[in-house]
Design a protein. Structure first.
Length: 362
């Protein structure tokens, strides 16, 4: 497989999503009466998914058909303006910023769909069939979402996210078209890994927020130390797999990578929020444990699925590794439910889990 190079424009494009990811993560910090209300958990997902899908849409186009030429640069730069509008309007108060959010999201998706249709007119078989399928079918989801402006209250959000769901589902049901133009696996892993760095950056920001409290007692020092080790262990586990363990020459539609990373990114945002919530003791103890360990479990399951699917056959993991790691995580949770432990112990436990996860999958 030809190695496709990540361009400087792609890296510049990613910069705009730093703020979007940060805004989505901060929704989780709205703790009330010792819990994160279901309303804010839902808003976190509803904010995160369009951000993720807007980024994925452009990334997948570049992966399959993108060239660093004038027309493609212009269309991506135009997208940047819509992404700025969408990012600026991201807020838990959906009603107040609904129209600018819709304009930003729809504008970015329309430009991506147009890019596919432009490729359809210039590309020969079999690639043009894939481009035509994606370009035309994406417009269906876009039109459904646009219709949300004609409704009020909760109905507009149902229609908006129905359109987004249709947009996301079409590549899944159209796999026979996508396989005619398989993804460049090396480039796709590199792109998703770069976005992963943005999510790791959120955890680093959370550590800095903890440091600003200036409580330099032993528990605080232990908490920051374990949290720093936690971020390093996550980085080690993820990037060691991406760099040396996965087979980047496989010809696939890349759907395991694409959709699996949605859950990886959601879990990483939740882990980043957990750091601040743990240190500030904003949550009820049991609720805090379920949120923290649930975030780690989601990360473990999603990364296991993605990397196992693409892991090179001669270094496939032993079947006992997965239940062993789940058992380790479960034992820590049960112990913490029985014995009320300090926040730095909880962070230390999940740090040990990630270190073991990195070691066993190395």
């Amino acid at each position: 497989m030809v190695v496709k190079k990540v361009t400087w424009l792609e890296l510049f494009y990613d910069l705009l999503f730093v703020a979007a990811v940060s805004k989505a993560t901060h929704v989780l910090l709205h703790a009330e009466h010792g819990i994160i209300p279901l309303e804010y958990l839902a808003k976190f997902v509803f904010i995160f998914v369009p951000v993720w899908w807007a980024w994925v849409g452009q990334t997948l186009f570049i992966n399959r058909f993108g060239q660093d030429i004038f027309i493609h640069r212009i269309l991506i730069i135009l997208q940047l303006f819509f992404i700025l509008i969408m990012t600026a309007s991201l807020s838990p108060d959906f009603n107040q910023f609904y129209i600018p959010f819709l304009v930003g999201y729809i504008g970015s998706r329309v430009l991506t769909a147009i890019q596919y249709l432009v490729i359809h007119k210039t590309n020969a078989d079999p690639e043009h069939t894939t481009a035509f399928y994606l370009g035309t079918h994406f417009f269906i989801g876009i039109l459904i979402s646009v219709c949300s402006v004609f409704f009020d209250s909760w109905i507009r959000y149902v229609i908006l996210y129905l359109g987004i769901a249709v947009d996301i589902i079409f590549p899944l049901i159209g796999r026979r078209y996508l396989i005619r133009a398989p993804i460049n696996t090396h480039h796709l892993f590199e792109r998703f890994a770069l976005f992963t760095l943005i999510l790791l950056g959120e955890s680093v920001i959370s550590i800095l927020a903890v440091l600003q409290f200036n409580h330099w007692d032993l528990p605080s020092i232990l908490f920051v130390s374990f949290t720093s080790l936690l971020v390093i262990a996550i980085w080690w586990q993820y990037f060691d797999n991406v760099e040396t363990k996965v087979n980047k020459n496989i010809h696939t539609t890349g759907q395991t990578i694409i959709y699996g990373h949605l859950f990886i990114y959601l879990s990483m945002s939740m882990i980043a929020a957990s750091i601040q919530l743990l240190y500030q003791n904003q949550l009820d103890y049991t609720h805090m444990l379920l949120f923290v360990f649930g975030s780690v479990l989601l990360y473990f399951l999603s990364t296991s699925i993605v990397f196992h699917r693409y892991r090179q056959k001669h270094i496939r993991l032993k079947p006992y590794i997965f239940p062993a790691l789940i058992a380790l995580l479960g034992c820590c949770l049960v112990i913490d439910l029985v014995y009320h432990v300090p926040n730095y112990v909880i962070i230390g436990e999940i740090t040990v889990f990630f270190i073991e996860y990195a070691k066993l999958t190395a």
